[in-house]
Design a protein around this ligand. Structure first.
Ligand code: NAD
Length: 261
């Protein structure tokens, strides 16, 4: 049996809102493997939930940072430098699109909604990596979370599909540049999961049920399975993998259609 020991390793997870968050599913695996974990959260109203989730773990660092604020990112990484000195693993679990951009037609996407969605959901990966770069060790690993609507049209996903396409392309460009310092950058393409972010997608429940029916495994992947893939990609077991979009969706993305038997 292979068990991962990340004791002595330092990680940052950005984007945990509650116990259902995919960022938390990955953080739980990192903590169980012995890593020391820093968490950043968007606004102070989220802090009590994070305090509750992390109360049994020692050495945890909690820090507010809006991912679109250069000042917040500067302060966050200064705090991590002071407390941890280095980073071996970084998790970007952040996404946002204004609700109206997902309710109407893609054709009607406003420039403001386009810019907000791509700034929060894609550009923030680039700025996060730039701020993290001085702290990243040789062999360290960065991951983010994407969705198959980057590749195929998913009704109502609209500008968020474009943001995920940008996130996946950014992953390849970041991997190409950061590889010289031994840093790997990958993104996990997760199937639908019941989280706060998912609740803002119109028709999510139908999408969730249809993905399960279409999947070769006959179900949706779980957030624990996202967590395990995250741990693998952040560990030395994945030392040869970078620039990739790695799916954990019970196989639903490989199906062009499902025939009823
Ligand atoms: P979630 O709501 O639990 O997490 C989203 C997080 O993004 C929240 O913690 C929120 O505070 C944070 N965030 C939003 N704007 C921010 C900002 N400006 N600065 C800092 N943080 C900000 O939902 P989730 O589903 O766990 O989402 C995590 C990631 O997983 C997202 O990138 C999402 O697109 C992706 N994803 C989700 C699913 C799904 O079905 N839930 C599937 C594939 C990919």
């Amino acid at each position: 049996m292979i068990s991962l020991d990340l004791s002595g390793k330092k990680a940052l997870v950005m984007g945990v809102a509650n116990a259902r968050s995919l960022g938390w599913a990955i953080a739980e695996q990192l903590l169980a493997a012995g890593a020391r974990v820093a968490f950043s959260y968007q606004g102070e109203r989220l802090r009590p939930e994070l305090e509750k989730l992390t109360k049994d773990y020692s050495g945890v660092l909690l820090r507010q940072a809006d991912a679109t604020s250069e000042d917040d990112l500067t302060a966050l990484f200064a705090a991590i430098k002071a407390e941890f000195g280095q980073l071996d693993a970084v998790v970007h679990a952040i996404g946002f699109a204004p609700r109206e951009a997902m309710e109407g037609r893609f054709l009607d996407t406003t420039a403001a909604d386009w810019n907000t969605t791509l700034s929060v959901s894609a550009y923030s990966l680039v700025s996060m990596c730039r701020h993290a770069e001085p702290l990243l060790t040789e062999g360290s690993s960065v991951i983010s979370l994407t969705y198959h609507a980057s590749q195929k049209v998913v009704p109502k996903y609209n500008v968020m599909g474009v943001a995920k396409a940008a996130l996946e392309a950014a992953t390849r460009y970041l991997a190409a540049e950061m590889g010289a310092k031994g840093v790997r950058v990958n993104t996990i393409s997760a199937g639908p999961m019941r989280t706060i972010a998912a609740r803002s997608i119109p028709g999510f429940s139908t999408m969730y049920d249809q993905a399960a029916k279409a999947a070769p495994l006959g179900r949706n992947a779980t957030s624990q399975e996202v967590g395990k893939l995250g741990l693998f990609l952040l560990s030395d077991l994945a030392s040869g993998i970078t620039g990739q979009v790695v799916y954990v969706d019970a196989g639903s993305s490989v199906m062009a259609m499902k025939m009823d038997n």
